[in-house]
Design a protein around this ligand. Structure first.
Ligand code: RAM
Length: 346
């Protein structure tokens, strides 16, 4: 049922293919509702509001469905709200509303490390626990960060994948999410460090598709035009890699310019099968949301405060310990390719 908690980095494991996240997908029946329809703080229930970078991204549909599954298990009340665009301060109004409603915990993937901090601090003063997941704020803004995998591990997996696909030599570019995204920026920094081990690979450009499908598609076209010798693209965002694959799949660069990054198996399956993409990575977004919801509950119940060494149990995922900077680590990234992609339905 669970994806890959204590796995070895980037190893293709003999996973029991019983990844049944589909069981929770589509169950976020409160999605898009921006009002809690009353009673958020009533009845002593653990009210948890998920606030993704933006709505309409299958990655967050899966992660937030995992959150809902956990909230249902502990008989709390789940809600998902969020902006349409992943811009730095677009989440502020949703944080303010949740605080006014008295929700007990907010679980946020931040579009910017600082822009939402003051709204978060107001919410905390009003008694709301704040957990970031997927993309952090500055550590001093929130109670806990649920990290999908270490930045080093993600960066190494991305560089290993592209190096393997382009024969460890040539020009590459990065197609990222939004320019301020805490998670992608941390990964890109680490990728630059990792690239020092690959002296024949040259990073010639980094562009931003804003986690918007059309912008990412257009940026891919522009990259190929401005860099005729490009050998590879890394897109460490599920929106970016899917849009880039769609562009490449019908272009003359298909199979010549290699594309890897972080993607969901459902969005990438056709492009792996038609030869546009050889391999890419991700973790299980459903497990990430599930873990974040249990961490939120542990904070609300006072079982943990978010300090290093705090321990809590996250349902089926088992026991976790808070590490440095109030961070909890889910696991390692996993590589998908033609040999395993059909086992994953998310
Ligand atoms: C997109 C978002 C998200 C990131 C994934 C890999 O869905 O940018 O924050 O973690 O890609």
């Amino acid at each position: 049922m669970k994806f890959t908690r204590r796995t070895t980095a980037v190893a293709v494991l003999s996973l029991s293919a019983a990844l049944t996240l589909a069981g929770c997908a589509g169950s976020s029946d409160d999605a898009n509702s921006s009002s809690a329809s009353g009673g958020s703080s009533s009845g002593g229930k653990t009210t948890v509001t998920f606030l993704p970078k933006n709505l309409g991204n299958p990655y967050f549909e899966t992660s937030d469905a995992g959150g809902k599954k956990a909230v249902d298990e502990f008989k709390g009340t789940y809600q998902e709200v969020g902006p349409d665009t992943a811009s730095p301060d677009a989440q502020v109004q949703y944080i303010n509303t949740a605080a006014q409603q008295g929700v007990k915990a907010l679980v946020i993937s931040a579009n910017d490390p600082k822009a939402i901090c003051s709204a978060i601090n107001d919410a905390q003063s009003a008694g709301t626990k704040v957990v970031t997941f997927d993309s952090d704020t500055s550590p001093d803004c929130r109670d806990l960060f649920i990290n999908q995998a270490s930045a080093e591990g993600i960066a190494k997996s991305q560089i290993d994948l592209i190096a393997d696909q382009i024969g460890d030599a040539g020009e590459i570019a990065i197609l990222s999410a939004s320019a301020n995204a805490t998670n992608q920026n941390a990964w890109i920094d680490m990728m630059k460090t990792e690239l020092k081990k690959h002296p024949k690979i040259k990073l010639v450009d980094t562009v931003y598709g804003d986690d918007d499908d059309q912008t990412s598609f257009d940026k891919t076209a522009a990259l190929l035009q401005s860099h005729p010798n490009l050998k590879g693209i890394i897109s460490p965002t599920t929106v970016g890699i899917a849009a880039a694959a769609r562009y490449l799949s019908t272009s003359s660069s298909k199979g010549k310019v290699m594309l890897t990054g972080l993607g969901t198996p459902n969005q990438m399956r056709d492009y792996v099968k038609d030869g546009t993409v050889k391999a890419f990575a991700l973790w299980n977004p459903g497990d990430l949301g599930y873990l974040a919801a249990y961490a939120a509950k542990a904070l609300v119940d006072g079982d943990i405060t978010g300090k290093e060494g705090d321990k809590f149990t996250a349902g089926d995922l088992g026991d976790f310990t808070v590490g440095a900077d109030g961070t909890v680590l889910l696991g390692d990234p996993f590589v998908f390719d033609a040999s395993n992609i059909d086992k994953f339905k998310f």
